[in-house]
Ligand binder design. Structure first.
Ligand code: V47
Length: 378
């Protein structure tokens, strides 16, 4: 029995204890300042422990952003560059292979690959990123391309999304990361990224990926122009996709970082907003197995606390992250496995290394193999 006591939370508390689904309006209520953060955290923690016990997952991973040059101008993005910008780049094959080698030498199980939509790159150049890495490092799981990129590749090739995904799978694609979701509701999306793939294209891409047997993640960018209604709308849309396909593995709430962006006048969300978003997400997404506290974005301290506010995963060692660091993130560039395990253990949770598909990793130094899939409770 929980100790929570705020009267307006009572019906919600009863439903959470009975493992019943919360409605849209109940989700909205969770954003009310009348709902104390600590009680919300307690409820989210109940769901978190029901699903994942005392485990806190991490992986050993490396990022690769093949280019920062981008035809789009999302107002929240500090990473993009124009075609003629001095900071614009496209990675050579040698640089890509060197990054793969560095990843494997560090014991990485996963390469996280996303980037810009270069004005002058053709589809084969993007495909080559995947095939080059897959052929050179077959054990490295390639979690690559958001629906924004897949949609762009469909335009470049004049083919359907399904064709692009099938072709990328043939090249070595292992799963889709959660990016490009931002806020689905057009009232916000049209203000922050009006040109790129809209919500229906995002969902079509993930639905098709799931039909083809891929797993994927999902995200929500919060703390900019959106309000509670837009956030709940976003979560409910994801919950509906998951009811349909069951292919979503992890939800990652992403706090907006304003530095060097077109929205630099906005104040970065603070820990209370981060923890409330984490908890509400865990409570609304009753059918998504994992919720991630991305330490790069939250900061290590808030990520630790988030493990008691609904999160069961902390992402990975993360080498070469650029998107958040370009936007003012002050977190380190990489954490060692010892650091990650210690920061989890300090919270009283048990660290578990997983691969991208949530299988236990058994490891001897940089040699590893994926064991049994991690069982998730109801
Ligand atoms: O889609 C861009 C966000 C996303 C900013 O799948 C920003 O495991 C805050 O999706 N402030 C890409 N956010 C990152 C992403 C991700 C990260 C970690 C793990 C996984 C996963 C996926 O980053 C973008 C956008 O929503 N973003 N700029 C910014 N200034």
């Amino acid at each position: 029995m929980l100790r929570t006591s705020t009267p307006i939370l009572k019906p919600i508390r009863d439903k959470v204890e009975a493992a019943e689904r919360l409605s849209f309006d109940e989700g909205l209520l969770l954003w009310s300042p009348e709902v104390p953060l600590s009680e919300l955290g307690e409820l989210a923690n109940l769901v978190r422990e029901r699903k994942n016990g005392n485990f806190a997952y991490y992986n050993i991973n490396t990022h690769l952003n093949p280019t920062n040059v981008c035809v789009y101008r999302c107002t929240f993005c500090a990473f993009r560059a124009d075609l003629r910008d001095a900071k614009g780049y496209w990675m050579s094959d040698e640089q890509i292979v060197a990054r793969g080698q560095e990843a494997v030498d560090a014991g990485s199980t996963e390469m996280h690959i996303v980037g810009g939509l270069h004005h002058q790159a053709n589809y084969d150049q993007y495909r080559n990123v995947i095939s080059l890495l897959h052929e050179s490092f077959p054990s490295l799981h390639l979690k690559a391309w958001t629906p924004v990129e897949i949609d762009w590749f469909a335009r470049l090739t004049n083919k359907p999304i399904r064709w692009v995904l099938e072709d990328m799978i043939e090249a070595g694609l292992g799963s889709l990361p959660g990016g490009g979701a931002e806020i689905f509701h057009p009232e916000v999306r049209n203000q922050i990224c009006e040109h790129k793939a809209d919500a229906s294209r995002w969902f079509e891409t993930h639905r098709t990926a799931h039909e083809l047997g891929l797993r994927s993640n999902c995200t929500m960018l919060y703390g900019h122009l959106e309000n509670a209604y837009h956030r709940i709308d976003h979560l409910v849309r994801l919950r509906e996709l998951q009811d349909e396909t069951g292919g979503l593995q992890t939800f990652i709430p992403l706090a907006f970082h304003p530095d060097n962006t077109g929205l630099s006048h906005i104040t970065k969300p603070l820990a209370a907003m981060d923890l409330r978003t984490m908890a509400v997400s865990r409570l609304m997404l009753d059918n998504v197995p994992h919720v991630k506290a991305y330490w790069i974005m939250l900061g290590v301290g808030t990520a630790q606390v988030a493990l008691s506010y609904g999160a069961d995963d902390i992402d990975g060692t993360v080498r070469h992250e650029l998107i958040y660091h370009d936007a003012g993130a002050e977190t380190p560039e990489v954490l060692s496995v010892e650091d990650i395990r210690r920061l989890i253990e300090e919270t009283g949770r048990e660290p578990v290394e997983r691969d991208t598909l949530y299988r236990h990793v058994e490891r001897e130094g940089t040699h590893w193999h994926a064991g049994e899939p991690i069982a998730v409770g109801g």
